[in-house]
Design a binder for this molecule. Structure first.
Ligand SMILES: Cc1cc2nc3c(=O)[nH]c(=O)nc-3n(C[C@H](O)[C@H](O)[C@H](O)COP(=O)(O)OP(=O)(O)OC[C@H]3O[C@@H](n4cnc5c(N)ncnc54)[C@H](O)[C@@H]3O)c2cc1C
Length: 368
C-alpha cells in the first residue's frame, strides 16, 4: 500500500471471547486477521464470567427467549468439539466440566415456580428432569436439607472462561493472527459515499485499513463512532458482581452447577467456585458493593451452607453487553463490510463457538 501500512482482510475490534473466537476461526479459513484491543486481551467482561454453558437453565418465554434458546442449543452442542480443537491448537486446557446443572427451590413458592419452569422446558422437549429434594441431595450432599425441589438439566455444563481466553489468545498467535493491545478504536472509517467500510481510526489517530471490520467490543460497542445513526445498534452495559471462592479442603463440596433464585454456584475441578451474580442497570459504573456481596452470600448460604468455610479469593465486576431485547447482534450490518458480533448479554461464553461460525461464514462469503 502507498502509505506503507499493511492492510488486513479483517480487523476485529475487541479482544474478548467473541473477538478472539472470530479471529481464530477467520484465520483458519485463510483470512489475514488483526485484533485491536483497547486494553489487554481477554480482560473485559469475558474474564469475569462464570462460564456456564446453560441454554436449558436460561430458557425464557417469548420470541426473544425462543431465538436465544435456538442459538444457545446450537452453540452448546458445538462446545465439546470447539473445546477439543482449541486445546489442540493452543496446547492449553479450557476446563470443560460435563457435570450438568441443578435448578433449586427452597420454599413452596419457589417450588411452584420451578414446576412451571419444568413444564415449559418439557413442552419444548428440552432435557430437564424433576428431582425430589432427597434425590437432589443424594446427587449433591452439600445441599441444605431445606431444598424443596430441583430440576436437573443434565446437558448444561461449564468451562473456565479465563482458561478459554488464554487458549484462544495462544491459538490466535499460533495461527498467525496479529494482536495489538492498547489500540483503542475511535471510529469506523467509511468510503466517500458512506456505504462501505474502509478501515478503522484509532484513538491515537492512526488509520488501520481493512475491507471487513467486525465490531466485538462488548458493552462498549456503542461508543465506537463513525456509523450513520440508522446503521447503529444499541448496546447497554448491565453490571454483574461475582465472587471467586476456594475450598481449602479441596474439591467435593459440589460437583454440579447449582442455580437458585438470585444466583448460582459454579464448581471448578480444583476446588474453587464462582458465586454470581448481581444484575444491575447502573450504566458503566464498576464499583463492587457490600449489598451486592451480602445478597450473593446470603442466597447461596441458604442452599449450600458449606460455603461458609470457603476462602474469598476475588470479587469482580463485569458489564454484560445487552441489546434492547437481550439477544445478540451477529452478522452483517447496514454498511458493506461491517459485521456485528456483540450484545451477548448473559451468554457470551456459551455463544462464542456459534458466533464465530456465523460471522466467519459471512466474512468468507459462504453460508454457515
Ligand atoms: C458476572 C457475569 C457472569 C457471567 N457469566 C456468564 C456465564 O456463566 N456464561 C456465559 O455464557 N456468559 C456469561 N456472562 C456473559 C459474558 O461474560 C459476556 O456475554 C461475554 O463475555 C461478552 O464477550 P465479549 O467478547 O463481547 O466482551 P468482552 O469480554 O468485554 O470483550 C470486549 C473487548 O473489547 C474491548 N474494547 C472495548 N472498546 C474498545 C475499543 N473502542 N477499541 C478496542 N477495543 C475495545 C474491551 O476492552 C474488551 O476487551 C457473564 C457476565 C457477567 C458480567
Amino acid at each position: 500500500m502507498s502509505d506503507g501500512i499493511r492492510s488486513a482482510d479483517v480487523v476485529i475490534v475487541g479482544g474478548g471471547v467473541i473477538g478472539l473466537a472470530v479471529a481464530w476461526r477467520a484465520r483458519e479459513k485463510g483470512l489475514s486477521v488483526k485484533v485491536l484491543e483497547r486494553e489487554e486481551i481477554g480482560r473485559g467482561t469475558s474474564y469475569v464470567a462464570a462460564g456456564m454453558l446453560a441454554p436449558v437453565a436460561e430458557a425464557e418465554f417469548g420470541a426473544a427467549g425462543k431465538r436465544l434458546l435456538e442459538l444457545g442449543l446450537r452453540s452448546a452442542e458445538m462446545w465439546p468439539g470447539f473445546a477439543a480443537e482449541l486445546e489442540r491448537a493452543s496446547g492449553g486446557e479450557v476446563g470443560l466440566l460435563r457435570t450438568g446443572t441443578l435448578l433449586l427451590a427452597r420454599d413452596e413458592d419457589e417450588a411452584r415456580a420451578l414446576e412451571r419452569q419444568l413444564a415449559f422446558r418439557q413442552s419444548l422437549g428440552l432435557p430437564a428432569e424433576r428431582l425430589l429434594a432427597s434425590a437432589a441431595r443424594e446427587r449433591e450432599p452439600g445441599l441444605a436439607p431445606t431444598v424443596r425441589l430441583a430440576i436437573e438439566c443434565p446437558e448444561d455444563h461449564s468451562v473456565d472462561p479465563r482458561l478459554v481466553l488464554a487458549a484462544l489468545r495462544q491459538a490466535c498467535e499460533n495461527a498467525g493472527v496479529e494482536i495489538r493491545e492498547r489500540a483503542a478504536v475511535e471510529s469506523v472509517e467509511l468510503d466517500d459515499a458512506g456505504t462501505r467500510v474502509t478501515g478503522v481510526i484509532l484513538r491515537a489517530g492512526e488509520r488501520v485499513p481493512a475491507g471487513l471490520v467486525v465490531l466485538a467490543a462488548g458493552a462498549w460497542t456503542g461508543q465506537i463512532a463513525g456509523l450513520p445513526s440508522d446503521a447503529q445498534i444499541s448496546v447497554r452495559p448491565v453490571k454483574g458482581q461475582i465472587l471467586r471462592l476456594r475450598d481449602p479442603a479441596g474439591p467435593g463440596l459440589l460437583r454440579r452447577v447449582v442455580r437458585f433464585q438470585g444466583g448460582y454456584l459454579v464448581p471448578r475441578a480444583d476446588g474453587s467456585y464462582v458465586l454470581g451474580a448481581t444484575v444491575e442497570e447502573k450504566g458503566f459504573e464498576l464499583s463492587p458493593t457490600a449489598g451486592g456481596v451480602y445478597e450473593l452470600l446470603r442466597e447461596a448460604h441458604e442452599l449450600v451452607p458449606g460455603i461458609d468455610e470457603l476462602q474469598i479469593e476475588e470479587l469482580s465486576v463485569g458489564l454484560r453487553p445487552g441489546t434492547p431485547d437481550n439477544t445478540p447482534a451477529i452478522g452483517p450490518g447496514a454498511v458493506d463490510g461491517l459485521m456485528w458480533a456483540t450484545g451477548h448479554y448473559r451468554n457470551g461464553i456459551l455463544l462464542a463457538p456459534l458466533t464465530a461460525e456465523l460471522v466467519v461464514a459471512e466474512l468468507a462469503g459462504v453460508p454457515a
